[in-house]
Structure formats: structure tokens, C-alpha cells
Design a protein around this ligand. Structure first.
Ligand SMILES: *Cc1c(COP(=O)(O)O)cnc(C)c1O
Length: 346
């Protein structure tokens, strides 16, 4: 029997509000290439949400959003400092390097998926002259790839560090909504107010089907970005179908509600799993991910039961992602299976 797929939060479908909006936008004709009323409205809504006169662009997915944003921020001889677990480093097939025409990603270590400024400083010290790439950007992921969340203070320290060295700041916010839901703060307070220049704001894991946003808090930096988007094949002619679901998510507050649901589901899952003797979390549960150690036998038995998830960190750390769509019953059922298998074997 096929059971819930915890492999990612993008295994879920569209949120009902987003799906309805998609169908409503299907009526009649509309101007193409982002000149439609939906894309314009989306821009306004994002500006309202961030309380900022930001520039807003759509890309088909997060990889395109991140890569084009970084390509816009970097010259071909620049480099970007990020965490070794950063999606831009591990999961984008070299797209940031490709689209920037040579800008290099420099990965650094740090506990819990977060940048450690001492490590960044040590790495930076090696990039001083024309023989190495020129430091240009610090990129953070919020929420991180290990399901943790930077506090506002931590981001402020990174921002101050960047400012002192004239570096730009990029935020991969594929799960920005989950971070906002967890921190309970205004979106501006962890972005432009701290000096972040660009945010890639994810909608897909939050309940859209396609279309993540690139938000520039500096108009100057956004100059001619529309050309870059078009050249990369990321300008949707039927832009309304990307924009309408986003509008629905933002206007109804579903974006935050979905993020809260996903976070709460992960919290419930973490609590249920740690009630099972021998099961421990590998990282603090702060957003919508739960990382646990499973023995091989247990992982195989769960797989045979039809549960989908995968090993994230060798040798035995598995990632369970909760989307907005996972039900409490599903979590109870999964935890019951874990409990049954964990107590019978190993
Ligand atoms: C999902 C995700 C992305 C975007 O991935 P796509 O598959 O390209 O949409 C970017 N960053 C992080 C941290 C992600 O988890």
C-alpha cells in the first residue's frame, strides 16, 4: 500500500485555494509575459507583505530563482560564501556557477546547517587577491536544509559581518514561510531591515504548483534582471498561471497558515517519534523537518510498509518532511509503525 511521502514537502499537491485560483485564472484571454493583471497584483501584494518597494520576479522553480539571483549579484570572477549543506551547493547541479558564468560557491561548515561566522572569516581570509575569486555574496538558507531556523539576532550578526566587508546578502527562502511562521515576526524584520539584498521566496513547498519569487530589496541590483530571466527561459508567457495561485496564498493568509500547519505537524511527528525508546532527533525540530536516526532494518520495514522518505546524512540520519497536506492521522499511523517495528526488531 502506498502511504504518505515524507521525502520532501514538494510531494504534496496544490493547496485548495491555489488550485481554485488557477482554474479561475483560466477564463478568457490575458496579456502575456507578465503584463497580465495577476502578475501585477502579485507584485503589489509582495510589496505590501514586505512593507517595501521591492522588485518582484517569478521563476519556474527555486533552483532558477537562486541561480539567477546569484548570477545577478555576481560577476563571473566573484564568489559566494554558503554553508556546505546549502541547496545552492548540493542540489542545483552547478546552476549558480553556470548562470553567473563562473562565480564560485565557497562552502563552509557550521553546526545545525547554519553558517558559522568564524568559519566564513577563515574561508574569506584565503580570498584576498587576483589569484582567487573575489568575495561578493553571503548566502543563507532560511529555514535551513537541516530544518533549523536562524534567529533574527543570528541573521543580524551575519548582516553586520557582510556589511563590514562590503558583501551582498542573499537568502534562499524556499521555506521562508515556515521560518516566518516559527519566528512569528514580520517578513521585513529578517530581510531588508537587516540589509538582505535579495530573497528567493518559495511558494511551491507552501502550496503552489510552480513559481518561486525573486525579491530584490535594492532596485539598482534588480536592473535588467528581466532580461536575465528571459534569457534563462524563465519568463512564462502565461504568467497568470504562476501568479494567480500565489495571489490566493497571500491574500487569504494561506501561505502562513500552511507553513504553521506544516511546522505543527513536524512538531507532532517529532514528539511521537521520540516517545519510542531508542529514537532520537538528530537536529532540533524548528521548522517542518524532522531528522531521526533509524537502523537499517527499521528503515527497510517502513519502506516495505509503503512509507516514503530517504537517508539525508550518512550513515543513518533520515529526513521526514511535513508539508501543509499531511494529516494528524497519518503522523499517528507512521509513529505507530515506527513503534511497532522498533520494539520488535534490532
Ligand atoms: C526545494 C528547495 C529549493 C528549490 O528547489 P527546486 O527543486 O528547484 O524548486 C531551494 N532551496 C532549498 C533549501 C530547497 O529546499
Amino acid at each position: 500500500m502506498e502511504r504518505y511521502d515524507f521525502a520532501s514537502d514538494n510531494t504534496a499537491g496544490m493547496a485548495p485555494a491555489a488550485s481554485r485560483a488557477l482554474h479561475e485564472a483560466n477564463a478568457g484571454t490575458a496579456a502575456s509575459y507578465g503584463e497580465d493583471r495577476w502578475t501585477k497584483r502579485l507584485r503589489e501584494l509582495v510589496q505590501e507583505l514586505f512593507e517595501n518597494d521591492c522588485e518582484v520576479f517569478l521563476a519556474f522553480n527555486g533552483t532558477a530563482a537562486n541561480s539567477l539571483a546569484l548570477a545577478q549579484m555576481c560577476r563571473s570572477f566573484d564568489c559566494v560564501f554558503c554553508h556546505e549543506r546549502a541547496h545552492i551547493q548540493t542540489d542545483e547541479c552547478g546552476a549558480p556557477e553556470f548562470f553567473s558564468g563562473g562565480a564560485k560557491l565557497i562552502s563552509t561548515t557550521g553546526p545545525n546547517g547554519k553558517l558559522d561566522l568564524n568559519q566564513v572569516a577563515a574561508a574569506l581570509a584565503k580570498y584576498r587577491d587576483v589569484h582567487s575569486s573575489k568575495p561578493r555574496v553571503i548566502s543563507v538558507t532560511q529555514a535551513t536544509e537541516l530544518g533549523t531556523i536562524y534567529t533574527r539576532d543570528e541573521l543580524a550578526q551575519i548582516a553586520e559581518f557582510a556589511r563590514a566587508r562590503s558583501l551582498l546578502l542573499h537568502m534562499d527562502g524556499a521555506r521562508f514561510a515556515n521560518a516566518i511562521a516559527a519566528l512569528g515576526c514580520a517578513p521585513k524584520s529578517i530581510t531588508w531591515e537587516l540589509g538582505f539584498d535579495v530573497l528567493c521566496f518559495g511558494g511551491i513547498k507552501n502550496g503552489a504548483a510552480v513559481g518561486d519569487l525573486v525579491v530584490f530589496f535594492s532596485r539598482e541590483l534588480a536592473r535588467d534582471f528581466d532580461y536575465r530571466v528571459k534569457q534563462a527561459g524563465q519568463l512564462a508567457s502565461k504568467s497568470r498561471f504562476l501568479a494567480a495561485p500565489w495571489i490566493a496564498l497571500l491574500e487569504t493568509g494561506t501561505w502562513l497558515e500552511n507553513a504553521r500547519r506544516a511546522n505543527n505537524s513536524a512538531d507532532l511527528l517529532a514528539r511521537k517519534l521520540t516517545e519510542v525508546p531508542g529514537i532520537e532527533l538528530s537536529f532540533a525540530r524548528e521548522a517542518n523537518a524532522v531528522f531521526v536516526r533509524f537502523g537499517n532494518t527499521l528503515a527497510r520495514q517502513l519502506d516495505e510498509r509503503g512509507w516514503r522518505f530517504y537517508k539525508f546524512v550518512e550513515p543513518d540520519v533520515y529526513r521526514l518532511m511535513c508539508s501543509w497536506a499531511v494529516s494528524e492521522q497519518t503522523i499517528e499511523d507512521f509513529a505507530a509503525d515506527v513503534k511497532q517495528f522498533a520494539t520488535n526488531t534490532d
